[in-house]
Each structure stands twice: as structure tokens, then as C-alpha cells.
Design a protein around this ligand. Structure first.
Ligand SMILES: Nc1ncnc2c1ncn2[C@@H]1O[C@H](COP(=O)(O)OP(=O)(O)OP(=O)(O)O)[C@@H](O)[C@H]1O
Length: 383
């Protein structure tokens, strides 16, 4: 997969940008706060209509644009699924997703078209923050490969919300309890589907990630990644069970935990409580990994994600490295760049020193939301 051309209009601090990226490494260079991450974010939006950073989508339209006459738009001509295709996302005045000129209703239409893997400093939270970050990583990675999974996730979240509402009503009026088994059934059926999908994705991802981590740490450390069941299912549900087994076990857990759920007004068991256990040479990475080790773990997971996409889609993903190269030591940078050959890569950096390591990179300079392919124009001296 690759991006043949990219156009942005009124996207954050970018009034207009038209780029024809190279097929290999594209080095986006500029000082702080010039628009580098904005470009990466815009590309990422074309993978699943979601931003990977602070704020929400309604913060994206350029603040001082004329909202009466102008629009906020991301457009790309991409090579995906063996052919050139057009992806268009209009965020203002009205949210609209178009693929090859045809408007797509609902969310998730871009899923499975342009697959990207992104690594930004925020992703260190994968190791050091709570389980929600790791579940999001897993769900995001699977969603790019299986558009149906997005629907299963949203149906599950709806079932969970409806069950919570009913639990709160039934706490005051026990008569409402008659309806609970219907929601238990939906939560158990959809929840078990999510658990087996995550588990099967993770089994393969873990093997790739362990291999990459061996390479990054020169064989000194061993990375293990495992799916773990959380909440009241912890130690009771077998994460490697079949879907039917998990569904039955989840159903009994929901029945057994009913009084506790009623008291708390929420559901104590299910995939919304699960986690990814990341261990480095036998120790919990969250508690023991240094900053550099955390970076290596995330790097291994991201490279593994690339392999998963290549295996499933039979095509290499586009890789977005936002602000991470300067944080890696030379050997890790070299390892990463070697693993990325043959893929279209976008790297942001504050200077072009990386050019020494990526001699065939295409450079795009950025200043104040304006993009200059080939570097800044040479200004003629006045006088
Ligand atoms: N809706 C918006 N309208 C106008 N400007 C915005 C909007 N949202 C964000 N910005 C501005 O865009 C500018 C560039 O942000 P960006 O995150 O792309 O910088 P960057 O070049 O990646 O910098 P750094 O190297 O510091 O990460 C920032 O000054 C930010 O305040």
C-alpha cells in the first residue's frame, strides 16, 4: 500500500497542502509547532476516521477559516487492494466519507483500505498506562484488518451500556430484573467473540513481537505478550478457550456476579476488563521497564503489527513515525530503518540529520503550516 498523492484543506494550521510522497522514506522536517504531526494525523484519519492525539475531531477544522464558505478536507489517492483508489474525508461543514467518489454512510468505511501503522510518543502509554490503552491498541489493529470487528465492538458496547442502565433501574425496582437475562446473553455472545478474536490475533502478534525484540535488544531480553482475562473472570475464564466455552463461562459469571453488578451499576466480567500482559525477561514491563526498554517494546509491537497487516492483506502497510526517531539510540534507529525497507514511511523530525541514515529519503520541509517538497526554497538576498 502507498499514498500516491495527498491534499489537505483547512486542516488545523494547514491552509492548503498538496504532496506527492515518495514510495520509500519521506522525511517531514520542521521546527516545533509547524504542522508535522498535523500531516501525520490527517493521513491516519484515512485509516479509520479517528485521530490518534489530543482533542476531538471537531477541533480539527482550521480555527480562523471562514466557516461559511470554506471546508476542511483530507483527500488521498492511494494504491490499496491492488489498485489506485480515492479516499476523501470532509470534516467541515458536514462530516462525509467518500471512497472513489461515492459517499459511504456510517462509520468504518475506510477500514481495510489504506492500512497504516503509527508510532508516536503517546504510544509509550501502551506499556506504562492502564489496560484501556492496550485494549485500544489491540482493537485498533484488528479493526484495520477486519471491518466486521468494528461492528461487533460497537454492538458489544451498546449491549454493555443497556445492561448498565437496566442494572441501575433494577437496583430500585427488582421487577426489572426479568429483562436482565436477555442482556446477559448479548454481552456473553458478543463478548466471547471479541475475546477469541483478540486472542487469535495476539497469538501471532506475540511471536512476531518477541522476534523483533530479540533483534532490538541483541538477544539480551525476552519479550512475552499474553492476553489476560480481567475483572471477575480473572483466574476463572480460560483466555485460550473456544468461543462457545468462553460464552458459556461468561454467561455463568454474569449470573453469579449479578448482585455485585447491581450494587455497582456496571458489569464486572467481559472483554472490557481484559488486558495484555507485557513481560520483559519474566518481569512486568509496566513496573520494571526503563524508558528505553518501553520504547523497544512498543517498537517491537508496532513492527509486529506491520507483519500482521502484510500477512493478512498481502501488502505492506504505510508506516508513520511521529517524533520518535530522535528518542531512539543509533542502533535502534538502524534496526528500525532496516526493517522498514520496501514500505512507504513518513518520519517527522525537527532537523534533517536523519538524512545520513536514510540517504534515499524524500525531504519535505514544513513552516507555519506550509509544506516545501525538496526542502525550503533558497531565498535570494535582498539588495
Ligand atoms: N484547529 C486548529 N487551527 C489552527 N491551528 C491549529 C489547530 N489545531 C492545532 N493547531 C496548531 O497547529 C500547530 C502545529 O501543530 P503540530 O502538532 O502539527 O506541530 P509539530 O510540527 O508536529 O510540532 P512538534 O515538533 O512540536 O511536535 C500548533 O501550533 C497547534 O496549536
Amino acid at each position: 500500500m502507498r499514498i500516491n498523492s495527498l491534499s489537505l484543506e483547512n486542516y488545523r494550521n494547514i491552509i492548503r497542502c498538496d504532496l506527492t510522497p515518495g514510495e520509500g522514506v519521506n522525511l517531514i522536517v520542521g521546527d516545533n509547532a509547524q504542522g508535522k504531526t498535523n500531516l501525520m494525523e490527517a493521513i491516519w484519519l484515512l485509516t479509520g476516521e479517528k485521530t490518534f492525539r489530543y482533542g476531538r475531531e471537531h477541533d480539527i477544522p482550521r480555527l480562523d477559516m471562514d466557516r461559511e464558505t470554506q471546508r476542511t478536507r483530507v483527500y488521498a489517492n492511494v494504491f490499496a487492494e491492488g489498485r489506485d483508489q480515492e479516499l476523501e474525508y470532509i470534516l467541515w461543514p458536514r462530516r462525509q466519507v467518500k471512497i472513489n467518489g461515492i459517499t459511504e454512510p456510517g462509520r468504518g468505511a475506510f477500514s481495510g483500505k489504506l492500512c497504516c501503522v503509527i508510532f508516536s510518543p503517546n504510544h509509550l502509554s501502551l506499556v506504562r498506562d492502564g489496560p484501556a490503552e492496550r485494549r485500544d491498541f489491540l482493537d485498533g489493529a484488528i479493526s484495520q484488518l477486519r471491518p466486521q470487528y468494528i461492528k461487533v465492538l460497537s454492538d458489544y458496547n451498546r449491549a454493555l451500556a443497556q445492561r448498565s442502565t437496566l442494572l441501575r433501574e433494577a437496583f430500585r425496582d427488582r421487577g426489572r430484573l426479568d429483562l436482565l437475562p436477555v442482556f446477559d446473553y448479548h454481552v456473553a455472545r458478543l463478548g466471547s467473540l471479541i475475546q477469541v478474536t483478540r486472542q487469535s490475533y495476539l497469538t501471532r502478534l506475540a511471536e512476531y513481537a518477541a522476534g523483533f525484540h530479540q533483534g532490538i535488544s541483541a538477544g539480551k531480553e525476552e519479550l512475552s505478550v499474553r492476553y489476560t482475562i480481567g475483572g471477575t473472570g480473572s483466574g476463572i475464564l480460560d483466555p485460550e478457550g473456544s468461543r462457545e466455552e468462553l460464552e458459556q463461562a461468561l454467561l455463568s459469571l454474569l449470573e453469579q456476579g449479578r448482585e455485585e453488578d447491581l450494587r455497582l451499576g456496571s458489569t464486572g466480567a467481559g472483554p472490557h476488563r481484559d488486558d495484555l500482559a507485557l513481560r520483559l525477561s519474566g518481569r512486568a514491563a509496566r513496573n520494571f521497564a526503563s524508558q528505553g526498554q518501553q520504547r523497544s517494546i512498543v517498537l517491537s509491537l508496532k513492527l509486529a503489527e506491520c507483519e500482521m497487516i502484510a500477512d493478512t492483506m498481502h501488502s505492506q502497510p504505510v508506516v508513520l513515525l511521529d517524533d520518535v526517531m530522535s528518542e531512539l539510540d543509533r542502533s535502534r534507529r538502524e534496526y528500525l530503518l532496516n526493517r522498514l525497507t520496501g514500505r512507504q514511511v513518513f518520519i517527522t523530525a525537527c532537523d534533517d540529520s536523519l538524512l545520513w541514515e536514510t540517504s534515499d529519503a524524500e525531504v519535505v520541509a514544513v513552516q507555519n503550516g506550509e509544506f516545501y517538497p525538496g526542502g525550503f526554497p533558497i531565498c535570494e538576498e535582498e539588495g
